[in-house]
Design a protein around this ligand. Structure first.
Ligand SMILES: O=C(CO)COP(=O)(O)O
Length: 280
């Protein structure tokens, strides 16, 4: 039997650098023609200062990755298996993603949690599989409207982070805070609510490893549009955005990317770590 292709990249430093990034999650939308139109247009806008990442549906990953070569656009999967290989019809491994040129994979998106019954243990397994294969997982966490109303946001997020921190190499992951009530609803978290929640996430991570918490990119997702992107991105603990609906229309997406280019955080912001007492 052929040995599973695991661990080849585990020794590479895949730690993401904390800087602004804008991630387009196309979800189950698009076509080859859409990819062929979007990637060159995104490539013309992409600049080194803000990483521009696209998450196409799986059948288009290889094409997008090829189209993106040399454009400054990077490629992410929307999901990945937790196993390196095996009898898992319909799934793909992190090593396969690395082979087709992906740098990232979304893990634990709320739509996977809701419609595919993914739990925190499985999501931690997927993050682990990515990290071992040299793919940076973008681990999505977030509370429901009911949980927020009951005052359970902190508990829900900390529990999701505990699972992440049980994963070897977790320091090399990216966390995306996507409150479930903000996804696809046109009701984004206010910049203040998003900042307070990101500060809580960073403070909780810092209890385990302050340096890792200071370095880790924390993205916000949920109804990010051209008219709220700049205010969200200006917040000190928001390092980027994960965009769904507005990423499907170049005219709606490019202003979000431009907003990120305009909001450059200083090194002092990147070095400050809130404590749990400060964010309480
Ligand atoms: O789920 C999201 C990104 O992963 C957010 O989707 P919307 O931007 O459509 O709210």
């Amino acid at each position: 039997m052929v040995e599973p292709h695991v661990g080849a990249a585990a020794n590479r430093d895949v730690s993401p650098r904390r800087r602004q990034m804008v991630v387009a999650n196309w979800k189950m939308h698009g076509s080859f023609d859409f990819c062929r139109a979007m990637i060159p247009a995104l490539g013309r806008a992409a600049q080194d200062a803000v990483e521009l990442v696209v998450c196409p549906p799986a059948p288009f990953l290889a094409t997008v990755s090829q189209l993106a070569l040399g454009t400054g656009v990077t490629c992410s999967a929307q999901d990945v298996a937790e196993l390196p290989s095996g009898a898992r019809t319909g799934e793909w491994s992190a090593a396969m993603l690395a082979e087709v040129g992906c740098r990232y994979a979304l893990v634990g998106h709320s739509e996977r949690r809701q419609h595919h019954y993914e739990d925190d243990a499985l999501i931690a397994g997927k993050a682990r599989a990515c990290l071992l294969a040299g793919i940076t997982p973008i681990v999505c966490i977030g509370e429901s409207a009911a949980e927020r109303e009951r005052g359970e946001t902190e508990q829900v997020l900390c529990n999701q982070l505990d699972w992440l921190m049980s994963t070897p190499l977790w320091r090399q992951a990216i966390v995306a805070y996507e409150p479930r009530w903000a996804i696809g609803t046109n009701q984004a978290a206010t910049p203040e609510v998003a900042q307070a929640t990101h500060a809580l996430i960073r403070a909780y991570l810092a209890q385990c490893d302050a340096q890792a918490a200071a370095r880790m990119p924390l993205l916000y997702g949920g109804s990010v549009k051209a008219d709220n992107a700049q205010q969200l991105l200006a917040m000190p603990d928001i390092d980027g955005v994960l965009v769904g609906g507005a990423s499907l229309d170049i005219a709606a997406f490019l202003p979000i990317y431009s907003a990120a280019l305009q909001v450059q955080h200083t090194d002092s912001v990147y070095q400050s770590i809130p404590t749990l007492q400060q964010v309480a």
